[in-house]
Design a protein around this ligand. Structure first.
Ligand SMILES: [Zn+2]
Length: 190
């Protein structure tokens, strides 16, 4: 595998993770993309960006920005849920948590390359200022058993799956009463 093939492969893997790693947008965002220097290679990203390489995960106890920059209330809810899930031998790990703006923008730029236009890319990935991950308000759960546990019990902690097509993406949307808002179809719906 030559260098170009490796880079192309890495980009494809990163993009797959992006789509899988979601990009939900919320209301009230302002500035457009391009306000941060572009990152063209994932090797330019590091832990300070919240970057978690494809295939790796972090634990809620890890002292990395992807975790420590999560919203404190979200993190508290996750900690409480994880403690209870551990009683069933279910461990919570994350493939994504907080992301820097340039990391999010990198993911968006990768999608533009893949889909050919910002408009098309926006159906899959939000630009650098629009992701809940950017604000530390979302996590992507790594394992199927943890996703399954959260899909059944997460609402008791206010943890809700937002998009029907993203079983891994959870935000603190409930009040802990066991109710979550109706799921959106996908990332373009909200
Ligand atoms: Zn997500």
């Amino acid at each position: 595998m030559n260098r170009r093939t490796i880079i192309t492969t890495l980009a494809a893997v990163a993009l797959a993770a992006t789509i899988a790693g979601c990009t939900s947008a919320g209301p009230g965002t302002a500035a457009g993309p391009g306000s941060v220097p572009p990152v063209t290679n994932p090797s330019d990203l590091g832990p300070d960006d919240g970057y978690i390489p494809v295939g790796e995960t972090v634990a809620l106890t890890d002292d990395v920005p992807a975790v420590t920059k999560l919203d404190p209330q979200l993190r508290d809810a996750l900690d409480r849920a994880a403690e209870d899930a551990a009683d069933r031998d279910v461990a919570f790990t994350l493939t994504d948590g907080w992301r820097s703006e340039r990391y999010q923008q990198y993911l968006f730029d990768q999608a533009v390359t893949k889909y050919g236009s910002e408009e098309e890319a926006s159906k899959w990935v939000k630009s650098g200022d629009q992701s809940k991950h950017l604000r530390g308000d979302a996590v992507d759960i790594a394992t199927a058993d943890a996703m399954d546990w959260l899909s059944r019990f997460g609402a008791e902690y206010g943890l809700c799956q937002v998009y029907a097509n993203e079983a891994w993406h959870f935000e603190l949307l409930g009040d802990g009463s066991g109710e979550c808002p109706a799921q959106l179809t996908d990332g373009t719906a909200g």
